[in-house]
Design a protein. Structure first.
Length: 146
């Protein structure tokens, strides 16, 4: 009987372990930061003046956005770890090509090769550029000509 080759065979066991360790460390760091931020939130009853309240509200909104982004990254890391377990890690979700180890070291949660990621970003920008503004009733391109 022959051995079955892994789908992500371009990554050796040492590379996969290194990437898994990076992901687990990132996930732990983020979860600790989230825990610290929610644990030390100020009690609204401690606020004395309206200015302090307004500044605190602005800070809380920024913290909420950051927490949301961090929560999204934790989910992405968890999905990436699952992909590792399923031997789908390191393969582009668009073209199924191998994502180089160097790219994965730079961005361990990468799920697209550089070419597909660039194409995706160009497409996003194009859609945004062609999107009609609700307040202006024009696209950015049309507004630029006016």
């Amino acid at each position: 009987m022959g051995t079955v080759q892994r789908r992500n065979a371009h990554l050796n066991d040492k590379q996969l372990k290194n990437l898994r360790d990076i992901l687990l460390s990132q996930k732990e760091d983020i979860l600790n930061k989230i825990s610290d931020q929610t644990q030390y939130a100020l009690d609204p009853n401690e606020q004395k003046e309206q200015v302090d309240a307004a500044n605190n509200n602005r800070e809380k909104e920024q913290e909420a956005r950051l927490l949301s982004r961090q929560g999204f990254l934790v989910k992405k890391i968890s999905k990436t770890l699952l992909d590792m377990d399923n031997e789908e890690y390191g393969l582009c979700k668009e073209c199924d090509c191998e994502i180089p180890y160097e790219r994965l070291l730079a961005r361990p949660v990468a799920d697209m090769c550089i070419t597909c990621k660039e194409d995706s970003e160009l497409s996003e920008r194009s859609k945004l550029y062609k999107k009609v503004s609700k307040s202006l009733g024009k696209t950015a391109q049309e507004y630029g000509r006016a």
